[in-house]
Design a protein around this ligand. Structure first.
Ligand code: AMP
Ligand code: ZN
Length: 124
């Protein structure tokens, strides 16, 4: 299948992987929109939220629990972070393999995000 994130999961395309287990891969976004910009990716090829099936419900729960774990490990859990899930072209999704963006690391911690930073990555 000609899917970039499947290729990364299979090791056929390089990425800066920071976490991997049997079901998930976490790697750095190649065009970061925040000081910390990670993609949390189920290895299973699900094109988008629109394609979720009932049998994926546990996997989706695990996806969010993993985002919590990664946020803690990156020491941004307390300061706060942004989780973004783009769905479809109109929602800014460019890669048709479901993934959760974790964006964080703005300083100072009391910083109020600018209009630009509040924008969802990939949105026009
Ligand atoms: P989305 O627009 O939600 O589909 O997000 C796709 C994200 O994948 C974008 O933020 C891209 O910068 C990122 N991206 C594209 N190619 C790569 C790659 N080879 N390695 C890491 N991130 C990538
Ligand atoms: Zn895929």
């Amino acid at each position: 299948m000609n899917c970039l994130f499947c290729k990364i999961a299979k090791g056929e395309v390089p990425a800066e992987i920071i976490y991997e287990d049997e079901k998930f891969l976490v790697f750095k976004d190649i065009h970061p929109k925040a000081p910390i910009h990670l993609l949390i990716v189920p290895k299973k090829h699900i094109p988008s939220i629109n394609h979720l099936e009932l049998r994926d419900k546990e996997l989706m729960g695990e996806l969010f629990l993993l985002s919590q774990k990664i946020a803690r490990e990156k020491e941004v859990a307390k300061k706060g972070y942004k989780l973004v899930l783009n769905v479809g072209r109109g929602g800014g999704q460019l890669i048709d393999h479901l993934h959760l963006h974790l964006l964080a690391g703005w300083t100072p911690p009391t910083h109020h995000p600018s209009e630009k930073e509040r924008n969802i990555p990939g949105m026009p």
